[in-house]
Design a protein around this ligand. Structure first.
Ligand code: WTA
Length: 647
C-alpha cells in the first residue's frame, strides 16, 4: 500500500510509510526551505544534471526577460542519453514502443541503441544543412522516431517544432511558416483504430507554401507514398549512410530548445519558446519527484508527442531520469476497450499518467475491461489537462490503482513547460479535485482582479511570482508584445498571469476551477473558441459566427457554434456537413463543433461586438443576465428556442 486513508476526512489520502520512504521528498519542511530561497533550491536540482560548463549566475531577472543558469553550457540529449550510458546504464531500456496492431511485436530500445539512432539522425539533419539554431518541423505519429527526432534536434541545438499529427495541413503550414522551418520530419502514415492513416498526403499539402525545402519520411506503412524528387527522402535510407558518431553540442542554458504552438485567445496560435537549461532542470526534477521515478520504472504517459505533456513526460522527463518510457501508437479502443489495461499488464507499467477525459471515457466503458487484467505493477497514477471530477478521480483511484496508488493531479501549461502545482507523492494529500501546492521552489498564489492575495476559499486567479520557475516560457516566437500583453499585463512583470481560475484551502492546497479566457479544453486538447470561429468564417457561406464552450460529461468541454448564413442561403444538413468539413480542413478533427446551431441573428452590443457571455449562458441553460446593453435584445428569445433553453 502506497497510501493511507485519512481517518477523519472523506476522500482524503496520505502517503503510507512505505511511500514516504521511497519518495524523493517526504518532509514537509521542503516547501518552506525552497520558498525561502528558490534559486538555491533550483541550483541544487541543476547540479544533478551534466553541465559542460557551470553557470556564472543562477538567476537573473529583468522585466519580461528572466534567465536561469546564465553562462552555463549543457545539452538535453546528452543528459537524456550519454549521461546514463557513462553511468553504466546503457543496456537499460529507454523506450518501449507498442504498435496499435496487436499482431505486431513491441519494440524495445536500450539507452545505447537510442543513443546510436539519435546520433545518426543528428548527422542526417546536419547533412541536410540544419545548423545550430535552425528550427526543424516534426509532424510524426506515436512511433519511436518521434523521440529520436526530438532528441536529435536537441543534440545539435536545432529547436524542434512538433505539430500534432491529427492537425490539418493548413495548421501545419501556418506553424512551419511562423517558425521558418526548412526541414520537416514526417511519416508515410500510421495506424489508428485499425485503419491506415495517410499522413504523407497531409504533410505534402502542409509543406506547400511553407519554407520547407527538405522532407524526411519515416516508413511506417507499405512505403508506397509518393516522394517528391529533390525534396523528400526516406528516413531509413538516410540513416543507413549516416555516421553513428555525433557528440552533443554544448548549448547555452538560455539557447532556444524548442517551440511549441498552442492556442491563445485569438485565432492565431502562438509559438511558445522554451530554452535549454531551465527546462532541463524542471523537466528532470518534476518527472522524478512527482512520479516517484526510480531505476527500472516503466513510465507511461498517454499524451501525444504533439502536446507539451508528450514533450516533457514522454520524451525529456523520463529519459533525463534514465527510466523506461512507453510510447503507444494507437487508440485506447483498439482492438477493444481493454487495450490500455492490456498494455499495463504486458509491459508491467509502474506509473500511468493520463487525462481526466480519458478516465471519464473508461468509466463509461465499464469496470469489466480493467477487471480482465493484472494492474498490480502500478504504483502511482497521474492526471493532467483539465479539472478532474470527484467520481472520475475515485474510479481511477479504486478501479485502476486498486486503492493502493497515490493520484497526482498536476496543473501546468504549455507555457510552464513542466508541472507546476500538485501534491508530492511522499507528502500528500491526495484529494479529488485538489491539485495541491505549487511545487517546491515555485511561488504562486490566488489573487483577485486587482492583484490582492485572497484567503482560503475565495475564488480568484492563479498567478506565479518572480523568481519565476526555470522552465517558464521565455516568450512567444516573433511576438514579444503579445507575450507581455498575454501574461504580464494583468499583474505586472513580476507576476505571471495563468488565465486559470482557482481557490485554495486553509493548508494552501489549490483547486483549479478552469480557464477564465476563451480557451477550451476539449478532450484534453487546448483550443481557442476564436480558432474555431476563424475556421468557420473561412467558409464563404458564413456571414457571422460565434463559438462558445459547453460542458460535456466525457470531453470536459466541447465547442458549440452559432452560425448566421449569408442572405438567401437556406440552412440544411448538407451545409452543416460542409461547415464541419471546413473545420476539419483548417484545424483538423479536434476543432469540430459538437453542434452547429443556425441562427437568424446573434446578440450584439451597441458597438457591434458579439455578446458571447449570453450565448454561453444559453448553451449552459443558465440565466442570461442583463441584456440592456444589447443592440438587439429580441434576438435572445429566438435563440432560447433554438437551444431549448429553459432558465
Ligand atoms: C488546464 C497542458 C485543472 C488549465 C499541460 C491550463 C488543468 C490548461 C490541469 C493548459 C489540472 C492543465 N487541473 N486544469 N491538473 N492541467 N489544466 O497548455 O486550464 O495544453 O491553463 O497544457 O489546461 O493546457 P495545455
Amino acid at each position: 500500500m502506497w497510501v493511507e486513508k485519512d481517518p477523519e476526512k472523506k476522500n482524503t489520502y496520505w502517503p503510507s510509510e512505505a511511500m514516504k520512504e521511497r519518495a524523493w521528498a517526504s518532509d514537509e519542511a521542503i516547501y518552506a526551505e525552497a520558498a525561502a530561497d528558490p534559486v538555491a533550491f533550483w541550483t541544487a536540482r541543476a547540479d544533478e544534471l551534466h553541465w559542460f560548463k557551470r553557470w556564472e549566475s543562477a538567476y537573473e531577472y529583468a522585466p519580461h526577460a528572466y534567465k536561469w543558469f546564465v553562462g552555463g553550457k549543457t545539452n538535453l540529449s546528452y543528459n537524456s542519453l550519454d549521461r546514463h550510458i557513462e553511468a553504466g546504464r546503457g543496456d537499460h531500456v529507454a523506450v518501449i514502443w507498442e504498435p496499435e496492431p496487436v499482431d505486431e511485436e513491441a519494440v524495445k530500445l536500450t539507452y545505447k541503441e537510442l543513443h546510436e539512432r539519435v546520433s545518426r539522425f543528428a548527422n542526417v539533419l546536419r547533412g541536410l544543412g540544419v545548423e545550430k539554431g535552425d528550427r526543424v518541423g516534426i509532424y510524426l505519429p506515436m512511433i519511436p522516431e518521434a523521440v529520436v527526432a526530438m532528441q536529435a534536434c536537441a543534440r545539435i541545438g536545432a529547436p524542434h517544432s512538433v505539430v500534432f499529427s491529427a492537425f490539418s495541413p493548413d495548421s501545419l503550414r501556418d506553424r512551419l511558416v511562423d517558425a521558418g522551418a526548412k526541414v520537416l520530419i514526417t511519416a508515410d502514415g500510421y495506424y489508428r483504430r485499425g485503419k491506415q492513416i495517410d499522413l504523407k498526403k497531409n504533410a505534402d499539402l502542409g509543406v506547400t507554401g511553407s519554407p520547407v525545402e527538405k522532407v524526411v519520411v519515416v516508413q511506417r506503412l507499405d512505403g508506397s507514398a509518393p516522394m517528391e524528387a529533390g525534396r523528400d527522402a526516406w528516413y531509413h535510407e538516410l540513416m543507413a549512410d549516416a555516421s553513428p558518431d555525433c557528440p552533443a553540442e554544448p548549448m547555452d542554458a538560455e539557447d532556444l530548445a524548442f517551440l511549441l504552438y498552442t492556442s491563445g485567445t485569438t485565432g492565431k496560435p502562438k509559438g511558445i519558446m522554451h530554452t535549454t537549461g531551465g527546462y532541463a532542470v524542471q523537466a528532470h526534477t518534476t518527472a522524478k519527484w512527482n512520479y516517484d521515478l526510480h531505476e527500472g520504472d516503466i513510465f507511461w504517459c498517454t499524451a501525444d508527442v504533439g502536446w507539451i505533456t508528450g514533450h516533457t513526460y514522454i520524451n525529456y522527463g523520463p529519459l533525463l531520469n534514465g527510466v523506461t518510457t512507453l510510447v503507444y501508437e494507437g487508440s485506447p479502443d483498439a482492438p477493444d476497450n481493454g487495450r490500455f489495461w492490456a498494455i499495463i499488464e504486458k509491459h508491467k507499467v509502474t506509473q500511468l499518467y493520463t487525462a481526466p477525459t480519458a478516465i471519464r471515457m473508461f468509466v463509461k466503458w465499464g469496470d469489466e475491461w480493467p477487471a480482465k487484467y493484472d494492474l498490480s505493477s502500478l504504483r502511482l497514477l497521474g492526471t493532467v489537462g483539465e479539472p478532474i471530477n470527484v467520481d472520475a478521480w475515485n474510479w481511477y483511484f479504486e478501479v485502476i490503482g486498486g486503492g493502493r496508488c497515490p493520484v497526482i493531479d498536476t496543473w501546468w501549461q504549455t507555457e510552464t513547460g513542466a508541472n507546476m502545482v500538485n501534491s508530492l507523492p511522499g507528502i500528500g494529500p491526495f484529494v479529488p479535485t485538489i491539485a495541491g501546492r505549487p511545487f517546491p521552489g515555485i511561488l504562486g498564489d490566488i489573487l483577485d482582479s486587482t492583484g490582492q492575495p485572497l484567503g482560503p476559499g475565495e475564488g480568484g486567479y492563479l498567478a506565479i511570482f518572480n523568481p519565476f520557475p526555470p522552465a517558464l516560457t521565455r516568450g512567444i516566437y516573433g511576438d514579444p508584445e503579445r507575450f507581455k500583453a498575454q501574461y504580464y499585463a494583468e499583474y505586472g512583470p513580476e507576476r505571471y498571469f495563468t488565465s486559470d481560475g482557482a481557490r485554495k484551502d486553509a493548508a494552501g492546497n489549490i483547486r483549479i476551477t478552469g480557464r477564465v479566457d476563451d480557451v477550451m479544453n476539449v478532450a484534453g486538447h487546448r483550443l481557442a473558441t476564436a480558432e474555431v470561429e476563424s475556421a468557420l468564417a473561412q467558409n464563404e457561406k458564413v456571414s457571422e459566427v460565434a463559438v462558445v464552450s459547453r460542458p460535456h460529461d466525457v470531453k470536459g468541454e466541447v465547442p458549440i457554434a452559432f452560425v448566421l448564413l449569408r442572405g438567401g442561403i437556406e440552412t440544411s444538413d448538407d451545409i452543416r456537413k460542409e461547415l464541419m468539413a471546413t473545420v476539419n480542413q483548417v484545424i483538423g478533427p479536434t476543432g469540430r463543433p459538437d453542434e452547429i446551431i443556425f441562427v437568424p441573428d446573434v446578440p450584439k452590443t451597441r458597438s457591434g461586438k458579439i455578446m458571447r457571455r449570453v450565448l454561453k449562458a444559453l448553451v449552459r441553460n443558465e440565466p442570461v443576465g442583463d441584456l440592456t446593453t444589447l443592440q438587439n435584445p429580441e434576438s435572445v428569445d429566438k435563440l432560447k428556442e433554438l437551444v431549448g433553453h429553459s432558465a
